[in-house]
Write a protein that binds this ligand. Structure first.
Ligand SMILES: *Cc1c(COP(=O)(O)O)cnc(C)c1O
Length: 404
């Protein structure tokens, strides 16, 4: 005989509440399903669970209805079938390493890669018995000469998000497929909107959802997206073992921003391209590295493989007559471009880079300092005026090097 509910104490009835919620409520938002424990109707159901089945609920760490809505939409954006969420873009990168390489394996990484990926690779090489080698991002089919029997994974990034070379993705994936080597791309730059990795033969696409998908500069999340179920399961197994997941609250913030992502991306693209074209006319600037402009290395592959724009990111190289200190002062003189990492939000950002410290194999052809701009959603004319004013100030600064 079960105890009648009304005889239980008030405290118990609060914990085991009998909420009477009228069914049938519908809205446009995805409910936030917070959970550690997932409750099963009986033990037979619990014992029959199969971790491979994405339609089963198991534990809040692995998936919730909120995260499932997000993964399905992310896969759809890129033309994939499956997606897994990670607490940051970098953790999605690390998830790919955990799933697919072990000691004794060899990994090829483009020399212009997102630098924490490079640091991750160096760490694996130093402490975990992997071999990690860097290749010239413009290598194309020449990657064939670098592949060894132990080579298990080739990273790509189109373009490298600081120096902006666009690789010949098709040539690299064709060689990798023929040699049975997995390919993974960091597709954060295009948000999955402008570059469709699976159509180009890539196996795994990594996103930092921290960027355009969030759009708010207010959360961190990453994703690993695949079109192949076996690859998805390998990623999923590694992710379960490492014990990482994401909060339903953060998923709901990303879900809220996704519908406006394409419109934002296109607006970032228009403003960034206009500013890049204008900067090419400025005598202070030696080179503009924007994949949609013909003098960016790999522009032809951008034209072939991208549709829908380049978004808000591009770099410039200052004329070699300006010292790094002068370029720093230029960056600090900007009022609408903040100094800070990351991108994808409404606010414009600027960052000077020391390319010498970032690259090993490839020859960097420029003498001056590289500055990366992230063009936010401010009015383009105001951004142009801000940059123009800071450029005008450049020649008025004392040349630090000449001060005795
Ligand atoms: C920001 C970024 C990442 C990492 O994302 P986090 O969420 O900040 O860890 C990875 N790749 C690229 C190209 C990025 O710009």
């Amino acid at each position: 005989m079960s105890q009648s509910r009304s005889s239980r104490s008030q405290q118990t009835r609060i914990v085991h509440a009998e909420d009477k919620i009228t069914p049938g409520f519908d809205s446009f938002s995805v409910p936030v399903a917070r959970a550690s424990t997932v409750v099963f109707p009986d033990l037979a159901t619990l014992r029959a669970l199969d971790w491979r089945d994405d339609t089963q609920w198991r534990y809040g760490l692995h998936a919730t209805p909120t995260s499932a809505a997000l993964t399905q939409r992310l896969a759809a954006i890129e033309g994939g079938e499956h997606a897994l969420l990670y607490p940051s873009g970098l953790s999605a990168i690390s998830g790919v390493y955990f799933a697919f390489v072990k000691s004794g394996d060899d990994v090829l990484i483009p020399d212009n890669v997102y630098s924490p990926n490079r640091d991750h690779g160096d760490w694996l090489a130093r402490d975990f018995g992997l071999s990690v080698r860097y290749y010239d991002p413009m290598i194309g089919a020449g990657i064939a000469d670098l592949i060894r029997p132990e080579t298990k994974l080739i990273w790509l990034e189109a373009p490298g998000s600081v120096t902006m070379e666009v690789p010949d993705t098709r040539a690299i994936t064709a060689v990798a497929k023929a040699r049975g080597v997995l390919t993974a791309t960091d597709n954060t730059y295009s948000a999955g909107l402008a570059f469709k990795p699976f159509e180009l033969g890539i196996d795994i696409s990594v996103q930092a959802l921290t960027k355009y998908q969030s759009g708010g500069s207010d959360l961190l999340m990453g994703a690993a997206i695949t079109a192949n179920h076996d690859l998805h399961l390998k990623l999923k197994a590694a992710r379960m073992r490492v014990g990482i997941g994401v909060s339903a609250d953060d998923c709901s913030l990303v879900l809220r921003s996704l519908p406006s992502m394409k419109v934002r991306f296109e607006q970032h693209d228009r403003s960034a391209l206009a500013l890049a074209r204008w900067l090419k006319t400025r005598p202070e600037i030696a080179a503009v590295l924007h994949p949609a402009l013909p003098d960016c290395p790999g522009h032809e592959f951008f034209a072939r493989d991208f549709s829908g724009g380049a978004g808000g990111l591009f770099s410039v190289v200052f004329d070699g007559r300006y010292t790094p200190a002068q370029v720093d002062a230029f960056c600090e003189a900007l009022e609408l471009f903040a100094l800070g990492w990351s991108w994808g939000g409404a606010h414009s950002l600027v960052m000077p880079y020391n390319i010498g410290s970032m690259r090993s194999a490839a020859q960097w052809p420029h003498a001056g300092t590289l500055v990366r701009f992230y063009v936010g959603l401010e009015d383009e004319a105001d951004l142009r005026a801000d940059i123009g004013r800071a450029l005008d100030g450049l020649d008025q600064q004392p040349e630090i090097g000449s001060v005795k």
